[in-house]
Design a protein around this ligand. Structure first.
Ligand SMILES: Nc1ncnc2c1ncn2[C@@H]1O[C@H](COP(=O)(O)OP(=O)(O)OP(=O)(O)O)[C@@H](O)[C@H]1O
Ligand code: SF4
Ligand SMILES: [Mg+2]
Length: 332
């Protein structure tokens, strides 16, 4: 189904409109606000049930901030968020508690998100107990079932997080996120810290879980490598903005934004005959999101920049495949 058909047939699970999340920069004895880090600056997205939207971009472009704003670990500065058709932007604490069970986040380093003093059994029981989902024998059964689901032997229940490998710890992090039967999981670089051989296993687990449980993922990664395998659609971010969004095929076969093309070129080309054909590789540092460049934020690093790029901000235009560039690239 194309995105346009989906919009007609289905309600998005999550919709964000004009989302802005700024972090104030404070200075001086009175810690006055002297500016803002515009981590997320006017982003609109939709996520449909059962899909995986990959979110990619260099360090500091605002990927985690989007994830954290969606599940309200950060308070958005502006914009609106709907989940299952209900606006949750102005939810009360009580509503948020309920909604949070349906939206979970998985982090890059499960070690820092798992309490090192808790045994696996307790780590999995805690969220279910807090939300009154299960007690007694039912709770035990659910813990066993969760461990089976993520491929951790039941006999390891009494172990502590440090007794596991990185991949196993991430499996426990996933089990904990699943314990509340979420619909949406924000996966914030969940495999970046793992060995390459383990990465594939965890990505496969994500895929299996999606098939079995109908989960929807927002899958955050630095580069296009990991998201290529897991995503149905991909959004490319640069300095707080989405610069291109499309299906995985569109992004890989026909990247229209110079930044997307540069990200693609940053990956090693497996075919040796094609090596050396890379046209542009990213140069220079990412400018500060506290004072982003005028016009197109990418103009300071873009190989195709023209005079207009400095002056006018390009808007994200297009339906299924949208791009924010005055001079988008064409295939071929
Ligand atoms: N709590 C905070 N207070 C102030 N600035 C912050 C805070 N969290 C993030 N930032 C800034 O906001 C910008 C976006 O950060 P964010 O962590 O969302 O980026 P990211 O794309 O996830 O980067 P990475 O790939 O390194 O994880 C960065 O400039 C960062 O320094
Ligand atoms: S708008 Fe101009 S500077 Fe920005 S990406 Fe397009 S060509 Fe490059
Ligand atoms: Mg991040």
């Amino acid at each position: 189904m194309t995105l346009v058909e989906r919009r007609v047939a289905q309600e998005p699970l999550l919709r964000i409109e004009g989302l802005k999340t700024y972090y104030p920069i404070k200075r001086g004895l009175l810690s006055r606000t002297v500016g803002n880090v515009k981590a997320v600056d006017d982003i609109s997205l939709e996520l449909y049930p059962g899909e995986t939207l990959g979110l990619v971009g260099e360090s500091g472009c605002g990927k985690s901030t989007i994830g954290r704003s969606i599940i309200r670990l950060e308070n958005p500065t502006d914009g609106r968020i709907w989940f299952e058709g209900q606006e949750i932007t102005k939810s009360t604490m009580l509503d948020l508690r309920r909604e949070r069970t349906k939206m979970q986040m998985i982090f890059q380093d499960p070690y820092s998100s798992l309490n090192p003093r808790m045994r696996v059994q307790e780590l999995l029981a805690e969220p279910m107990r807090v939300h009154g989902l299960a007690t007694g024998a039912e709770l035990e059964t659910r813990i066993d079932h969760l461990l089976d689901t993520v491929g951790i032997p039941r006999s390891y229940k009494q172990r502590f997080p440090h007794e596991f490998s990185g991949g196993q710890r991430q499996r426990i992090g996933i089990a904990r996120a699943l314990s509340l039967n979420p619909k949406l999981i924000v996966c914030d670089e969940p495999v970046s810290a793992l060995d390459v051989s383990i990465q594939a296993q965890i990505l496969n687990l994500f895929k299996e879980l999606q098939r079995e449980l109908g989960l929807t993922y927002l899958f955050i990664a630095h580069g296009l490598g990991a998201v290529k395998y897991i995503s149905t659609r991909i959004a490319v971010m640069y300095l707080g903005k989405v610069v291109e969004i499309g299906t995985k095929e569109q992004i890989f076969a026909n990247p229209r934004h110079p930044y997307t093309q540069a990200l693609l070129n940053a990956y090693p080309v497996p075919d040796p005959r094609k090596r050396g054909q890379e046209r542009i590789v990213l140069q220079g540092d990412v400018p500060s999101p506290a004072s982003p460049p005028s016009g197109c934020r990418f103009h300071t690093r873009c190989a195709y920049a023209q005079a207009m790029c400095k002056e006018q901000e390009p808007l994200l235009q297009g339906e299924e495949h949208a791009v924010a560039c005055h001079y988008p690239l064409t295939a071929g």
